[in-house]
Write a protein that binds this ligand. Structure first.
Ligand code: NAD
Length: 269
């Protein structure tokens, strides 16, 4: 049932892509903590996805793990079909799945360029397109939320900060920024809210090697003085999709300990 608390997600169902690990898992758990039932999409290990499911069930919410590759159109259709069959109409979609395949530009293979764009950008398009279709089919349920639906993309500080040796990744996140803003403009009148989060350095598998080999250098980029935790993103996403944020659409919320504040300019320039 809907709650009088605008931060509550009670009575709503969510899909989170790439939710078996890292930021996606934290988003799934924090959405559940706020009251939502959650579809845990994964591509790799079902075991890790089941761990996220167990964590959500421990919070008293329903959860199901559904395998799908976000870069494959048929997989996305099946993901939404299975999600609706198991949890009912979907109110919230978090497009989180993403990969990195780093290389200097001159050595970057076309395969590695295509792989990153396919998951990070085309995956975001496929997920958002299907979300909008399903929100329309569901119809507005004002007793649940004033919004017809909510989409959040997991972008990055690298939608605005260039990142040498990662042209594919930075291009995918820069593309996500305008995908998000364009879709937000297109569907706002239907009461669909579309936003992004822009994490800085968050402790997950995607940057384990960088943290192991260069933590001090990384910390120089973070005025707040610590690497972020996945829950830092999860809590913000849970708020962004809640009615407490009902007037917010087309925005990127940077969650980065100040990384986008150009810390190297402190005392210089
Ligand atoms: P992660 O590697 O733990 O998570 C990525 C998840 O996406 C994994 O669960 C993986 O299985 C899944 N995935 C990959 N390809 C997929 C596909 N084709 N279909 C479905 N799922 C797929 O790392 P993370 O840091 O949690 O990354 C999550 C998102 O956060 C990514 O989009 C990443 O770009 C973004 N991000 C992370 C950081 C950071 O510092 N960790 C910073 C900015 C942005």
């Amino acid at each position: 049932m809907a709650s009088s608390d605008p931060a509550s997600l009670s009575g709503q169902a969510a899909i989170v892509t790439g939710a078996s690990t890292g930021i996606g898992a934290a988003c799934a758990v924090e959405l559940a903590r706020a009251g939502a039932d959650v579809v845990v999409n994964y591509r790799g290990s079902p075991q890790e996805a089941e761990e996220t499911v167990t964590a959500i069930e421990a919070l008293g919410r329903r959860a199901v793990a559904v395998k799908a590759d976000v870069s494959m159109e048929d997989d996305i259709l099946r993901l939404f079909d299975e999600a609706e069959a198991r949890l009912g109409p979907i109110d919230i979609v978090v497009s989180n799945a993403g990969i990195q395949k780093d290389a200097p530009l001159a050595e970057m293979s076309l395969d590695d360029w295509n792989a990153v764009i396919a998951v990070n950008l085309t995956g975001g398009f496929l997920v958002a397109r299907e979300a909008v279709r399903r929100f329309r089919r569901k119809g507005l349920r004002e007793s649940v939320s004033p919004a017809l639906g909510k989409i959040v993309f997991d972008s990055s500080v690298h939608q605005v900060i260039p990142w040498a040796f990662r042209a594919n990744y930075a291009a995918s996140k820069g593309g996500l920024k305008l995908l998000m803003e364009t879709v937000a403009q297109e569907v706002a009148s239907e009461k669909i809210r579309v936003n992004a989060v822009g994490p800085g350095a968050i402790a997950t598998a995607i940057n384990a090697a960088e943290r192991e080999n260069g933590l001090d250098e990384m910390l120089k980029l973070i005025p707040y003085g610590r690497v972020g935790e996945p829950a830092d993103i999860g809590r913000a996403v849970a708020w962004l999709v809640s009615d407490a944020a009902d007037y917010i659409t087309g925005q990127t919320l940077f969650i980065d300990g100040g990384m986008t504040l150009h810390p190297s300019f402190k005392g210089n320039g």
